[in-house]
Design a protein around this ligand. Structure first.
Ligand code: 3HC
Length: 298
């Protein structure tokens, strides 16, 4: 089965990442089908994309006519069957291997033989997913960063079975989104999370060692290393459950202590303090501006 140019895209999973990815692909000119994997309000999702495009128009980054055209290219649905005709599927559902494999199994029966499948997983194995499909040669990792509309990088992860023509077709599509593709071999965490997760973990160790306070460590890294966010603000932004699961997956895979989730991360996660999305993590976002979580100052 030959691989052709990617002309249409399906995104499975309409969480923060899936929604952001679909926003980007429709804006870049690809007819896009966004499938919400769980029951819910698809109109509300489309309204959110409309709102994001509206901000682009307000900032002079998009013409009103282009906004309308992009919205016209975006179909939001809960029906997996509507992915039947797409050239590329980008899966962005729950970070659970069994759930993802089940979704790809269903997609194998729905999508055309030439369609390329990809997963936006952070730290699960692409190979483990690819070998469970009927198209391991047309299966890749396509890893976007949060927030997807703003972050330029997309890691493209290949396995021992990936057809170079599929890699080429996906790289071209990613470049057409205005993103920068970087090729990586399938390996838990790829490049960025293998470097970024231990960095956030190290910051937590420095805090628990008493080197400096949470906000001073963040201030130091913003002003001393020109990072847009310090490590604690970033961890809260990503979500402490996500950081915890990434660290756990990396630790299980490599067995290196630098990936082991520190106690403070585990305790915040167990108490439902997951960062920005729960309004409290390393910082308390109930206050404006956010202040360090009082429980971590005692
Ligand atoms: N959606 C779309 N665009 C957004 C956005 C969002 N949620 N948040 C910010 N932006 C855009 C803004 O429109 C703005 O664009 P402009 O300058 O062209 O107008 C630009 O990003 C900067 O935004 P702001 O001025 O509002 O805010 P900041 O300057 O504070 O930037 C930030 C916000 C882009 C989030 C910046 O703080 C940043 O880059 N932080 C680091 C984020 C990061 O490291 N992400 C990677 C996380 S790891 C990951 O995703 C891996 C995964 O596997 C877990």
């Amino acid at each position: 089965m030959s691989v052709t140019k990617i002309q249409s895209i399906g995104v499975l999973g309409a969480g923060q990442m899936g929604l952001g990815i679909a926003q980007v692909t429709a804006k870049a000119g690809f007819p896009t089908t966004l499938v919400k994997a769980t029951p819910g309000d698809t109109d509300a999702l489309k309204k959110r994309v409309e709102g994001a495009y509206g901000r682009d128009v307000d900032k002079g980054r998009m013409e009103a006519a282009d906004r309308d055209a992009a919205l016209g290219r975006l179909n939001v649905t809960t029906s997996l069957d509507q992915l039947a005709g797409v050239d590329l599927v980008i899966e962005s559902i729950l970070e659970d291997l069994g759930t993802k494999r089940e979704a790809f199994d269903r997609l194998d029966a729905i999508c055309g033989d030439g369609a390329i499948f990809s997963s936006n997983t952070s730290t699960l194995g692409i190979t483990e997913m690819a070998v469970a499909t009927k198209r391991p040669q047309r299966f890749l990792g396509v890893h976007f960063f949060n927030p997807a509309p703003a972050m330029k990088l997309v890691e493209i992860a290949t396995t021992l079975m990936t057809d170079p023509a599929a890699t080429q077709a996906v790289s071209e599509a990613i470049s057409a989104l205005g993103k920068t593709p970087v090729l990586v071999k399938d390996s838990t965490g790829f490049v960025v999370n293998r470097l970024l997760v231990p960095y956030m973990i190290d910051a937590m160790h420095e805090w628990s060692r008493g080197t400096a306070s949470i906000d001073d460590i963040d201030t130091a890294m913003c002003n001393g290393a020109a990072h847009p966010m310090g490590p604690f603000t970033l961890a809260d932004y990503i979500g402490l459950d996500v950081v915890f699961h990434m660290a756990t997956n990396l630790y299980e895979e490599y067995g290196e202590p630098r990936f082991a989730p520190p106690p403070v991360l585990r305790r915040l996660m167990l108490t439902g303090q997951l960062g920005r999305k729960t309004k409290r993590g390393f910082y308390d976002y109930g206050a404006k501006p956010a202040v360090v979580n009082e429980a971590l100052t005692r």
